[in-house]
Design a protein around this ligand. Structure first.
Ligand SMILES: NC(=O)c1ccc[n+]([C@@H]2O[C@H](COP(=O)([O-])OP(=O)(O)OC[C@H]3O[C@@H](n4cnc5c(N)ncnc54)[C@H](OP(=O)(O)O)[C@@H]3O)[C@@H](O)[C@H]2O)c1
Length: 428
């Protein structure tokens, strides 16, 4: 194989990083692969937009057919984003027997199984390392390095925007709104941050991770999702007083033949390795039966890190082409598994509430938990200055989720309780 030709769909942040690496590292990459790598066509929306890297303008096109239907192009790298068009283009590329690399988690979380099946049918590769945690090589770690182990659980900080916001609220005392504006000003958050702050982006990544870790077809609808929009600076302060840090984590766990995947703001003990993952960084904590606990940490987005992941996929595809083994790495789901019933979920919980500061208030609370059979691990109480009310924070021992939620509803109706909220606590 003397030459491979590439077609790029999209020349934005990640596309620019890929072109930069292809240009700067050409000699090394070609020495490693033993062939010439030609970037033949780049699909964009607007050919006249100024670009951050030098590229021959004749290589740019706004006509997808010039890339997808060119018989000389061997590999398509999809870096456009979005779902419908990207889906159609990738399908078309695979049907033309072109290998595909994508960074598109929105697409892979919803249509990954279908596209992988199509790739296998066409004896093509479909790699998507950059779709989860940007520069961290976590998909390859799950499918290759940890292939012999049985993964039981993963906890991931897989959304840099929300981690940045919570870090700023924790360490600089910013409100949610100010931290979000700061993230937007620095380009860590989109103008419309909904999919990040409501937890959807993290949920999509947990779907992809779960699929690969357990060989199970996990659907986005199976993930219970809560975002960070209701997390306040006070929640963070009072969690801190009891020794916890609040993070938006994705938790995916297989237990007794059922899977549970959720994304929610969660309290982690301050000493947990994930508690110290700050700002826009990502990390995935993996529990393997034989290996034990490992953590994979690094930049979860950005031009350079994401392009490195895309390029590692490119090198894999080129190596597979040279060996004539394309399509062989694709592992389709091997088994169905039902979602764990909420009545079987157990956890610790952090409850934060304001109660009337009057004799007997506090014992009404503790009596209620006692009646419900929920024991308490930690308690904190302080009067609220200038009000006849007290701030109370409680961490329960591990308890049944449904029982806890029922007790919480009863507690909210006690006449001494002014307001209350709760979060899950993850011990790790
Ligand atoms: N940015 C990151 O750090 C990061 C990290 C991990 C994964 N990803 C994923 O990588 C993908 C690309 O992200 P990005 O941040 O690079 O996006 P981006 O900066 O918005 O760039 C998108 C590119 O695609 C082109 N494009 C979009 N729709 C098109 C269409 N219908 N026809 C032709 N061209 C079209 C745009 O053309 P114009 O330039 O002409 O507008 C632009 O060049 C997404 O799936 C994203 O989720 C991104």
């Amino acid at each position: 194989m003397e030459k491979v030709s590439i077609g790029l769909l999209g020349f934005g942040t990640v596309g620019t990083g890929v072109v930069r690496l292809l240009t700067k590292e050409r000699e090394r990459l070609e020495a490693r692969t033993g062939c010439t790598i030609q970037l033949k066509k780049v699909l964009v929306r607007n050919k006249n937009r100024p670009r951050k890297v030098l590229i021959d303008n004749r290589n740019l096109t706004t006509n997808a057919a010039e890339v997808l239907d060119d018989p000389e192009i061997d590999i398509i790298i999809e870096l456009m984003g979005g779902i419908d068009e990207a889906y159609r283009y990738i399908l078309r590329a695979l049907n033309h027997k072109k290998h595909v690399i994508t960074a598109n988690k929105d697409l892979m979380a919803s249509y990954g199984d279908e596209l992988l099946m199509e790739a296998k049918k066409n004896h093509c590769d479909l790699y998507y390392e950059a779709s989860v945690a940007g520069g961290i090589p976590i998909l390859r770690t799950l499918t290759d390095s940890l292939a012999a182990d049985r993964i039981q659980k993963m906890i991931g900080i897989v959304n840099g925007t929300t981690n940045y916001i919570l870090s700023k609220m924790s360490h600089e005392g910013l409100s949610y709104e100010k931290a979000l504006s700061s993230a937007q000003a620095l380009g860590f958050a989109e103008a419309d941050p909904t999919s990040d702050v409501e937890g959807l982006d993290a949920a999509r990544k947990m779907v992809i991770l779960s699929h690969l870790a357990y060989s199970i077809p996990v659907k986005l609808d199976d993930v219970k999702i809560t975002g960070i929009t209701d997390v306040t600076r006070e929640d963070i302060i009072y969690a801190g007083k009891l020794g916890y840090t609040i993070k938006l984590v994705g938790i995916s766990e297989v237990n007794n033949g059922a899977i549970d995947v959720r994304v929610e703001p969660t309290l982690l003990p301050d000493g947990h390795p994930l508690a110290s993952v700050e700002n826009e960084n990502n990390a995935i904590y993996v529990y393997g039966t034989a290996l034990g606990e490992t953590m994979y940490y690094g930049p979860g987005a950005g031009e350079g890190p994401t392009a490195v992941s895309v390029m590692s996929d490119l090198l894999s595809v080129i190596r597979n082409m040279a060996l004539g083994v394309t399509g062989n790495h694709i592992f389709l789901p091997k088994r169905e598994m039902h979602t764990r019933k909420e009545s079987l979920v157990e956890s610790q919980f952090f409850v934060r509430l304001h109660i009337k500061d009057e004799p007997g208030s506090f014992s009404r609370l503790t009596d209620l938990f006692k009646e419900q059979g929920i024991s308490l691990e930690k308690l904190y109480q302080e009067p609220i200055t200038g009000q006849d009310a007290a701030e109370v924070s409680i961490v329960t021992h591990r308890t049944n989720k449904v029982l806890f939620e029922k007790s919480f509803e009863i507690m909210k109706k006690l006449d001494v309780v002014l307001n209350a909220k709760y979060f899950r606590v993850e011990r790790g």
